[in-house]
Design a protein around this ligand. Structure first.
Ligand code: URA
Length: 424
């Protein structure tokens, strides 16, 4: 008979959890037979003492087994998905899913809402009038067969152990454990039933993991979990020390994504969209170069069908904030720093993000960047715009940006976006 205290003390003393112990503790916690304080203690022991690859893989399987696996029928195209660890201005899913579908694969992208300074994909899409996030499994399958791309809310039946454990980790200082992050992300992606997975693991101030060393370990751990579960998985390590693109905030990011889908948009958003699409198509066994497909506007047609299939009106005007004001350069020189975390917090305070799960977000709020790192600017020139429906929030946004925008005499270059690629 296994007891929660034995499992906790084994890990506290640096031991390896047996397969039986892992299966039992995850299932018992999901049922409510292991108390929150016991699981919190185990999560802390895991954070401090780590887990071996075999333990992480088994833990992931136990989380998958805590719920259902999305049983998608054959949709006539190879399934492939991507997951980003989240960043400021990271709207890549929006152009990427239709692009990969336009190239012949099917993308079942089950997403979440944002918490904190990184935005959630569903919050962005919900700024489109009429768009609906919740779909049944039958609706997901039909849309994948017909359009080739679905971006929708994850279902409560997928990996319920993760939902419960993630909420507990959030309030017990145990989010940062690499084994727990990796198993959390991978359990949801494996349960979703995708045939291949590309991970975009962010590095830098605006990322979940600030250091290259920890981001690389997280990426490698997730690729190993995917491989152990027969899910072909690759990871791109990408820079998140400056925001992606020029728009941060829900409707602002949708508008920028549409520019990219029409063959325009900021160069970094295009570069990352194409790089991720290449890896996804390679995993799907499709030999099409996505760059000309994106430039041709073909992915924009898929976007319109994808939005319309979920009740959205792709031609409706997007919401705009009622109040817009600039932040200007205090001196002339070169923009040397545009810190992703500072911009993310500013957008969040303007109303683009939420502090608690139950908070509402403002569709039009956010930050629009008017210059890039490396650009020459003159004193008094607007560097960015603050967008909000609640002008009282502007002071907090300005405070978040203090020190995050640096104009200097030295030349500066935008950091390289693509840092590394990990393949199994
Ligand atoms: N995102 C997840 O889904 N899980 C984690 O543990 C951390 C980030």
């Amino acid at each position: 008979m296994i007891s929660a205290v034995d499992v906790i003390t084994t890990k506290r003393d640096g031991g390896r959890l047996s397969d039986e112990a892992i299966d039992w503790v995850v299932a018992a916690y999901t049922r409510g037979d292991v108390a929150d304080e016991q699981m919190a203690s185990l999560a802390m022991a895991i954070l401090l003492n780590g887990m071996e690859p075999g333990e992480i893989s088994r833990w992931t399987q136990a989380m998958i087994d805590s719920g259902d696996v999305l049983a998608l029928p054959d949709v006539g195209r190879p399934l492939v998905d991507k997951h980003s660890t989240g960043g400021v201005g990271d709207k890549i899913t929006l152009p990427l899913a239709p692009l990969v579908a336009a190239c012949g694969a099917a993308v079942p992208q089950l997403s979440g809402r944002g918490l904190g300074h990184t935005g959630g994909t569903l919050d962005k899409l919900e700024s489109i009038p009429g768009w609906r996030a919740s779909l049944s499994t039958e609706e997901i399958a039909a849309q994948l067969a017909d359009v080739g791309a679905v971006i929708c809310a994850t279902t409560p039946a997928l990996a319920p152990a993760d939902r419960k454990l993630y909420a507990l980790r959030d309030v017990t200082g145990t989010v940062e454990s690499i084994p727990l992050i990796a198993s959390s992300i991978m359990s949801k992606k494996i349960a979703e039933g995708t045939g291949g997975l590309v991970l975009d693991v962010k590095v830098g101030s605006g990322a979940f993991m600030k250091s290259l060393e920890r981001s690389t370990r997280l990426a490698r751990t997730m690729v190993e979990i995917g491989t152990a579960h027969g899910l072909p998985t690759r990871a791109l390590l990408t820079n998140m020390s400056v925001p992606l693109g020029r728009a941060v905030g829900n409707a602002l990011e949708v508008a920028e994504s549409i520019d990219v889908l029409r063959g325009g948009g900021p160069a970094d958003v295009v570069e990352l969209t194409v790089a991720l699409a290449r890896e996804m198509l390679s995993l799907a066994g499709i030999d099409t170069d996505p760059a000309p497909v994106l430039a041709s506007g073909a992915a924009h047609e898929v976007w319109e069908r994808m939005i319309a299939a979920q009740g959205g009106d792709p031609s409706a005007p997007l919401p705009v904030a009622t109040h817009v004001e600039p932040v200007v350069a205090e001196r002339s020189g070169v923009l040397a720093t545009c810190d992703a975390l500072a911009v993310g917090i500013a957008a969040w305070r303007l109303g683009a993000g939420r502090a608690r799960k139950e908070d509402a977000v403002q569709a039009g709020a956010g930050v629009r960047l008017l210059v890039e790192v490396g650009d020459r600017v003159e004193a008094g020139q607007p560097l960015l715009e603050l967008h909000t429906d609640t002008p009282d929030a502007v002071a907090g946004a300005r405070a978040a940006l203090a020190g995050g925008l640096v104009v200097s005499d030295d030349s500066a270059e935008r950091p390289q976006l693509l840092i590394d690629t990990l393949r199994a």
